[in-house]
Ligand binder design. Sequence first.
Ligand SMILES: [Zn+2]
Length: 179
Amino acid sequence: MRKISKLIVHCTATPEGRDVTVDEIRQWHLKRGWSDIGYHYVIYRDGTVHQGRPIETPGAHTKGHNQHSIGVCYVGGIGPDGHPRDTRTVEQEEALENLLTDLKEQFPRATIHGHREFSAKACPCFDAHEEYKHIGKEFGRKSPAQSTTVQLLLLQLPLVPVPQFLQSAALMHMRNILF
Ligand SMILES: [Zn+2]
């Protein structure tokens, strides 16, 4: 598997309410002379997640960043006035969050971005970096139980009964010092 350092979110830039399939997007991208659909995943308006290009293969979605990224695209992105707009359905929002969480679990070091952070475009028409910065904070980091230092410190905790809330306060304090 290639190294993945970024998960990049896109929209199809199609009108709100219009369904678009992986096959249609593939045809658009083949016409541009690309070898396959540029994105690795496409999220339909009903929230179903569809495979595009295999993730082992670099995509064609963000100029200069394809080699080490995965491209995720939701269908939509254009409002009734023809301007860029966050048109995600509730189902798409949920599916995006779940997919990005799964990917972040597989690639804990990858950071999540919107296409517009790398290009003068509106895509994906919302602040993906801000919205998803909470995802995966728990992955790729040792839990206190796995950390030898914390285990040693725990052994030194007083053996007299300590109220539960004080114990957790002490643990929080140690975490803050250690991490
Ligand atoms: Zn894009």
